[in-house]
Design a protein around this ligand. Structure first.
Ligand code: AR6
Length: 176
């Protein structure tokens, strides 16, 4: 177990970290799930930053990540990443894109001097990625990144539902 990785069951909008990650879509203009909760709780400053990013670069491609203020959230920043929409026929590509989403979020964190970051379970909601595979990719991607980086002091995986929490618990602590 990597002592810089933590697991929590709960609502990511309540987490006190330098940054939380949003499961955004390419438009960056909000949606349901985590995205809806973050924009609702964080307020309009987040959306205003998203509009500025769109003016600069257009949409956010799948697997990429961008950063905005955290607005009224306890977290200082929100890193918005876009996970892949999963389907049986594109599963290999989706696995690569999910890995990119975790890695690029961490890269954006490093560039912005962030030391603590919380991730929701990207792509396993509305985008239908199988939970077990998504958790394995999430944990592998984060561990690999942390192995090559000392700036990030803490990564918190925030699971919303019990099933997903148990999957992460097994993967993170089973070999203890
Ligand atoms: N805190 C932590 N986890 C949550 C929360 C919360 N407040 N709310 C939901 N989850 P999803 P996706 C869990 O659908 O599959 C949006 O419309 C949820 O139960 O948010 O990447 C965007 O605009 C699930 O386990 O993300 C995109 O269009 C996990 O977070 C699309 O959804 C991810 O669910 C992205 O879909």
């Amino acid at each position: 177990m990597n002592n810089r990785i933590e697991l929590i069951k709960g609502d990511i909008t309540k987490i006190h970290t330098d940054a939380i990650v949003n499961t955004a879509n390419t438009s960056l203009l909000g949606g349901g799930g985590v995205d809806g909760a973050i924009h609702r709780t964080g307020g309009k400053a987040i959306l205003e930053d998203c509009y500025k990013i769109r003016e600069r670069q257009g949409s956010c491609k799948t697997g990429e990540a961008v950063i905005t203020t955290g607005g009224k959230l306890p977290a200082k920043y929100v890193i918005h990443t876009v996970g892949p929409v999963w389907s049986k026929s594109n599963s290999v590509k989706a696995e690569q894109l999910l890995e990119n989403a975790y890695r690029n979020s961490l890269k954006v964190a490093v560039v912005n001097n962030i030391e603590t970051i919380a991730f929701p379970n990207i792509s396993i909601g509305i985008y239908h990625f199988p939970k077990q595979e998504a958790a394995e990719i999430a944990i592998d991607s984060v561990k690999t990144f942390l192995d090559g980086n000392n700036q990030i002091k803490k990564v918190i995986f925030v699971c919303f539902d019990e099933e997903n929490y148990q999957i992460y618990k097994m993967l993170l602590y089973a070999d203890q």
